[in-house]
Design a protein around this ligand. Structure first.
Ligand SMILES: Cc1cc2nc3c(=O)[nH]c(=O)nc-3n(C[C@H](O)[C@H](O)[C@H](O)COP(=O)(O)OP(=O)(O)OC[C@H]3O[C@@H](n4cnc5c(N)ncnc54)[C@H](O)[C@@H]3O)c2cc1C
Length: 444
C-alpha cells in the first residue's frame, strides 16, 4: 500500500507507534506541516526561540530519516487542504497521524477526515498510558489531580518501542525542499538544541550522568534551567522524547542507582503532564474560556488594560522578579515552573488581567509549549480549572526573598526597571473635540 504519515507532536523514530504502524507500506510519504498560530489575545506569530527549537527538532528528524533512505516533506499551510491534495497527487491509499489534544486540533482532524478520500488512522499521543489503560472513561476523568494520581500511579508504563530498522521509500520523483533556517542562535544562558539526539543526551546527563535527579525535589524550584529541574520539557512537548522513554530511564535509574523522594517527585510531575493531556482532550473549548471549566466558586472579573499587558509581556512592571522572568522567557524561550507560577499570578492577581492573555503570550514564546500543560496550569492559577483551592495568589515579595534572596537572578535579567506612572493619558490626549480630530489637521 502507498501510505502517508503526518508527523505532529511525535518528532522521533524511537517509541513512535504511529510511524511503526506504517512501516510495512510499499511506499511512504512522511510529512510535517508548519502552521502559523492564529492571532489570539492581541498576539500573532511565534517567538524566535520557539521557532528555532522546532526547526532543529525537524532537522534532526530529517537526518535520522535520511539514514534510513527516507525523507521529511516539509509543507506550510492547512493540513485539511494540503493532505487530501497529496493523497490525490501520489495516489495514496491510507493516512495516519497521532492524536494531539486541543480543540482546534480536534476540529482540524475532523475536517481532514471529511475531506480525505481514504481512511485516516489516529494513533495514541505522547503519553505514559494508553487511553484503554485508564481506569475510567475519559468523560469520567477526575476533576482534580489527586484522585487521578491515586488511580494511575501504580499502573505499568509500557516499554518504549524500538526505532524502525527500515522504512519504505518515498514515491519515486517526490521532491524534498530544504527546511527554513532558524534566524537566531540559542541564548548563551540556555544553549539547548532541538532534536531527539540532544534530548537523549540531556536525559542521560540528568539521570546516569550528573544524577541531578537524585536531589530534584530540593532543587526543582531553581529559576535557572539545567541546574535545578530536568529541563526535558522542550523535547517532551515536541515528541522528540517520548514520555515513556523518560519514565523507563527513570525506573532504570531507580533500580540501578537510587530511589528516593526526588525520583518519585519527577514521576509525579510526569503524571501532572499526563493529567493535563487527558483534561485537554476532554475539556475541548472549555480550556480556552475565561471561566474555564466553570467550577470556580467565585465569579471572576477583570479589566483589559493594554498598557499593563504590554508592560508584563516586556518585563517592565513594578515587580522586579516578574520582569526578570519575562525577560528570561523572551530571550531563551524557557522559564522554570516556579517562575511561570509567579509570572502568571502577577498577571492574574496583581494586574487583574484576563488569564488567557498571559497564556497566549506563553504559547507564543515557550520552547516547550504544550496546549494541555499551558492552558491547564494557567486555569489552575486563575482558579477556573482543576485547583481544589480555587486559584493561587503568590506573595511576590515572599517569592523573591525565597527564590532569589540575593537578587542575582533579577539583576542578571535586568529586572530592576525605572518606576513608571500609573496612567499615561492626560487632558491633552482625551477627550477629542471636533476641532482637534486628526481630520482637521493639515499636512503630515
Ligand atoms: C503558567 C504555567 C504554564 C505552563 N506551560 C507549560 C507548557 O506550555 N508546556 C509544558 O511542558 N509545561 C508547562 N508548564 C509546566 C511546567 O512549568 C513545565 O513543564 C516545567 O517548568 C518544564 O521544566 P522541566 O522540564 O525542567 O520540568 P521538571 O520539573 O523537570 O519536570 C519534568 C517534566 O514533567 C512535566 N511537568 C512538570 N511540571 C509540570 C506541570 N506543572 N504541569 C504539567 N507538566 C509538568 C514536564 O513535561 C516536565 O518536562 C506550565 C506551568 C505553569 C505554571
Amino acid at each position: 500500500m502507498r501510505e502517508l504519515y503526518w508527523l505532529q507532536q511525535d518528532l522521533r523514530l524511537r517509541d513512535n507507534p504511529g510511524l511503526l504502524a506504517h512501516a510495512a507500506a510499499s511506499e511512504l510519504v512522511l510529512v510535517y506541516i508548519w502552521q502559523e498560530p492564529r492571532p489570539w489575545c492581541n498576539l500573532r506569530g511565534i517567538g524566535q526561540q520557539r521557532r528555532r527549537v522546532q526547526l532543529e527538532h525537524l532537522q534532526d528528524l530529517r537526518q535520522d530519516l535520511r539514514a534510513l533512505g527516507q525523507d521529511l516533506l516539509f509543507l506550510e499551510g492547512h493540513p485539511e487542504q494540503l493532505l487530501p491534495a497529496l493523497v490525490q497527487r501520489w495516489r495514496l491509499e491510507r493516512v495516519g497521524t497521532s492524536r494531539c489534544p486541543g480543540d482546534y486540533e480536534s476540529c482540524q482532524l475532523e475536517a481532514l477526515r471529511e475531506r480525505l478520500p481514504v481512511p485516516l488512522q489516529v494513533h495514541g499521543g505522547n503519553t505514559l498510558l494508553q487511553r484503554q489503560q485508564l481506569p475510567f472513561a475519559l468523560d469520567a476523568l477526575p476533576g482534580q489531580f489527586t484522585p487521578f494520581r491515586r488511580a494511575v500511579d501504580q499502573l505499568p508504563v509500557a516499554a518504549p518501542l524500538p526505532a524502525p530498522e527500515r522504512l519504505p521509500p518515498p514515491p519515486a520523483g517526490m521532491a524534498f525542499p530544504p527546511l527554513p533556517a532558524a534566524d537566531i542562535a540559542p541564548h548563551t544562558s540556555l544553549p539547548l538544541r532541538g532534536g531527539s539526539r540532544a534530548g537523549h543526551r540531556r536525559l542521560q546527563q540528568f539521570t546516569f550522568g550528573e544524577a541531578g535527579v537524585a536531589d530534584y525535589k530540593q532543587r526543582r524550584n531553581c529559576l535557572d534551567p539545567l541546574s535545578g529541574s530536568s529541563t526535558l520539557s522542550p523535547w517532551l512537548a515536541s515528541g522528540a522524547l517520548s514520555a515513556r522513554e523518560v519514565a523507563h530511564t527513570l525506573a532504570r535509574f531507580e533500580q540501578q542507582r537510587l530511589r528516593n523522594e526526588s525520583t518519585e517527585w519527577l514521576y509525579l510531575e510526569l503524571l501532572w503532564r499526563e493529567y493535563f493531556h487527558w483534561r485537554a482532550l476532554l475539556d475541548g473549548p472549555k480550556l480556552f474560556r475565561f471561566r474555564g471549566l466553570g467550577t470556580g466558586r467565585k465569579h471572576r472579573f477583570c479589566i483589559f488594560d493594554p498598557r499593563a499587558f504590554a508592560r508584563w509581556c516586556q518585563g517592565d512592571t513594578d515587580y522586579p522578579l516578574v520582569n526578570a522572568l519575562q525577560r528570561q522567557l523572551l530571550a531563551t524561550g524557557w522559564m522554570s515552573n516556579r517562575g511561570r507560577q509567579i509570572s502568571a499570578s502577577c498577571l492574574i492577581h496583581e494586574l487583574g488581567l484576563d488569564w488567557r492573555y498571559g497564556a497566549a503570550f506563553f504559547e507564543k514564546h515557550l520552547i516547550d509549549y504544550d496546549v494541555g500543560s499551558n492552558y491547564g496550569n494557567w486555569q489552575y492559577i486563575a482558579g477556573v480549572g482543576c485547583d481544589p483551592r480555587g486559584g493561587r495568589r503568590f506573595n511576590l515579595q515572599k517569592q523573591a526573598a525565597e527564590h532569589d534572596p540575593d537578587g542575582i537572578f533579577t539583576t542578571k535579567w535586568g529586572g530592576n526597571r525605572p518606576r513608571q506612572p500609573l496612567y499615561v493619558t492626560d487632558a491633552a490626549d482625551w477627550p477629542l473635540t471636533p476641532s482637534t480630530t486628526a481630520d482637521d489637521h493639515e499636512g503630515p
